[in-house]
Ligand binder design. Structure first.
Ligand SMILES: Cc1cc2nc3c(=O)[nH]c(=O)nc-3n(C[C@H](O)[C@H](O)[C@H](O)COP(=O)(O)OP(=O)(O)OC[C@H]3O[C@@H](n4cnc5c(N)ncnc54)[C@H](O)[C@@H]3O)c2cc1C
Ligand code: SF4
Length: 568
């Protein structure tokens, strides 16, 4: 029998990127909030620049929840299961994965919100890939812009604007949607390597720009500036220059005294009454079961856990899982096509032994619908990103570009000479949802508590494969223009567990095809909200977190402003 706790107004499940942002507008509006977080607080001492520990043996967290419930994967309903990942690098701690993420903080392009209507308008309906389930978002870029702006200021984003109120600035991304104002901080500085790549891009007639990062380029809101020493690609920042929610929005919300953070609280189910409204959540802490009653419940445990918690929360009102009477929980799932990449070998050292992966140069000429697809056999595009970050173990894993064997004395000699001469680009590409890609509960694999883990049934389709080929060729062109003497492509792979997962609780006006409405609240359960990229219906060509955070702020603000209508 669970111990029943005093009622609160809002309970947020998971204090990561999305939940950690949502708590601030809620408490600012005067609401009492309990944040239930499976992990613990981490301290600067936990963020040692230790590649072996952070990148290969897991990472500095006390609670290993994500690792114990790694989703299983099969490419299709008739395919055998894929080998299971050894670790899944999402973080379990206050601040969630923003503690050790790369901190690239991109807005989506306006096209990403209107993929269906814009593709039909420009190229005709036949260009939408077969089997797709993509819909236009119920909101457009301009409706999200004020929330992008709020989050950029709160977490501190460095960058160079390319479009402020329609005034184009060639130093920034000329393809971006209009911004209300510039970034709160100038961009992170470049390096000799990124400057060389920017010059090469210009020689091709392309438009390079420094990418946006939730990393301080100068002292900001009492947090230190980045010192560019690196080792934070899956490691935390010991000087708090990275704008994790653990050092930005969560402590700010705590200062209101209206946010109670409960750590090591593992939420297992969401409770529902006979009227089909949520009444609170059950969680385990230190072996004891608690029930936290709440007027409103917000799920923010990342895509796989949001879906899993809903499917595990069975009740007479929702026999197929919470908010799943339309059978949409788990549908429209996809993960970013980011595996197919390109590496290059240069004839000289690049001096990339320092810096961080958010410190780089981007090309958006081939992203989204920024170029004419009339003669092409795919829609969407990719963001080309090269950055400064090199660590010893990763460097030793470099390709030999067919110039040396992969072992022995010749391999050692090759790596010794070339470890600082190679570079691998990060290529994020548009990925779409399809009817046969989805999440459900695995019928066999369980977590240590005995609950089924999430099962991913998904693979990349023709559109993603053709697009990947095209983007890789563009990247090769860029590297060659910069003087690369060899290049190598990797394959697309399959759509296994991802750090850029999307969908499963998609946002849309139609309850027959979407779980949450345009405000992020369930169509079927008026006092249940879902936060994170599980509500996103398209990925665009860039990382998801800033968009998930902007949406989380918007949902929280809507709840606060419409409290009487949302809460029972
Ligand atoms: C190495 C790495 C680099 C990345 N780099 C970037 C980048 O540069 N830019 C970008 O945009 N994105 C990046 N990402 C992705 C980014 O981290 C995610 O998009 C983002 O953190 C997702 O936000 P979230 O709030 O949904 O999940 P999280 O930030 O993971 O937060 C979820 C929280 O919920 C808690 N939780 C889970 N289940 C429960 C439960 N049952 N009960 C209680 N608490 C629970 C977890 O402990 C966690 O703290 C990166 C990810 C990784 C792993
Ligand atoms: S490189 Fe910058 S963001 Fe990374 S740990 Fe160092 S100071 Fe922090």
């Amino acid at each position: 029998m669970a111990t029943e706790l005093p009622r609160t107004e809002v309970v947020v499940v998971g204090l990561g990127a999305a939940g950690g942002v949502a708590v601030l507008p809620l408490v600012n509006a005067g609401l009492e909030v309990v944040g239930l977080e499976a992990g613990t607080w981490l301290a600067p001492a936990d963020f040692a620049p230790d590649e072996l520990r952070n990148n290969f043996r897991g990472w500095p967290q006390a609670v290993q929840k994500a690792n114990r419930e790694i989703p299983t994967h099969r490419p299709s309903a008739s395919a055998p299961p894929s080998p299971r990942l050894a670790i899944h690098p999402m973080m379990n701690a206050v601040g969630g994965t923003t503690l050790h993420y790369w901190a690239q903080s991109w807005r989506l392009n306006p096209w990403d919100f209107k993929v269906v209507s814009e593709t039909r308008r420009r190229y005709g309906a036949s260009r939408i890939p077969r089997g797709y389930t993509v819909e236009d978002w119920p909101i457009d870029y301009s409706e999200l812009e004020p929330y992008y702006d709020k989050v950029e200021v709160e977490i501190g984003v460095s960058g160079q604007a390319g479009n402020v109120k329609g005034v184009i600035d060639g130093r920034g991304n000329v393809f971006e949607g209009p911004r209300a104002r510039p970034y709160p901080m100038p961009p992170l500085r470049g390096t000799g390597f990124t400057d060389m790549m920017a010059t090469a891009a210009r020689s091709l007639g392309w438009k390079p720009f420094p990418g946006p990062a939730a990393v301080n380029s100068g002292r900001y809101q009492n947090r230190a500036a980045c010192v560019y020493h690196g080792f934070c690609a899956r490691g935390g920042c010991h000087v708090s220059a990275k704008g994790s929610t653990a050092v930005t929005t969560i402590p700010k919300a705590q200062r209101s005294k209206r946010l109670t953070v409960v750590t090591e609280a593992h939420v297992t189910t969401v409770a529902v009454n006979a009227q089909g409204r949520v009444t609170g959540v059950t969680y385990l802490k230190g072996g004891t079961e608690y029930f936290q009653p709440a007027d409103v419940v917000l799920l923010a445990g990342y895509v796989y856990e949001n879906v899993r918690l809903m499917l595990l929360s069975i009740s007479p009102a929702f026999p197929k899982g919470l908010s799943n009477n339309h059978g949409q929980v788990g549908r429209h799932y996809f993960s970013h096509n980011q595996l197919s990449t390109v590496s290059a070998l240069f004839p000289r050292d690049l001096n990339a032994w320092y810096g961080l992966p958010a410190q780089g140069v981007a090309i958006d000429d081939w992203a989204d619908d920024n170029f004419d697809h009339a003669g092409l056999d795919f829609i969407g595009g990719g963001n080309l990103w090269v950055y400064s970050d090199r660590r010893p173990i990763a460097a030793a894993g470099m390709s030999t570009f067919g110039r040396a064997p992969r072992w022995g004395a010749q391999w050692k000699a090759f790596v010794t000479e070339n470890a600082d001469r190679a570079n691998t680009a990060y290529l994020q590409k548009t990925t779409l949802p399809y009817e046969d890609n989805y999440l459900d509960l695995d019928p066999e694999r369980k977590d240590p508590l005995g609950f089924p883990v999430c099962r991913i049934t998904a693979d990349y389709k023709e559109n993603e494969r053709r697009l990947a080929d095209f983007i890789q060729d563009k990247m090769i062109q860029w590297y060659r223009a910069a003087g690369a003497i060899a290049t190598e492509k990797t394959g697309v792979g399959t759509m296994g567990p991802s750090t850029h997962a999307y969908g499963g609780t998609r946002m849309g006006d139609n309850p027959d095809t979407n779980v949450v409405n345009r405000w992020g609240l369930s169509h079927e359960v008026p006092n249940l909200g879902v936060l994170g990229a599980s509500v996103m219906g398209t990925s665009g060509a860039r990382n998801p977190t800033l968009t998930a955070q902007a949406l989380a702020w918007r949902t929280a603000e809507y709840i606060a402003k419409n409290w009487k209508a949302v809460a029972p």
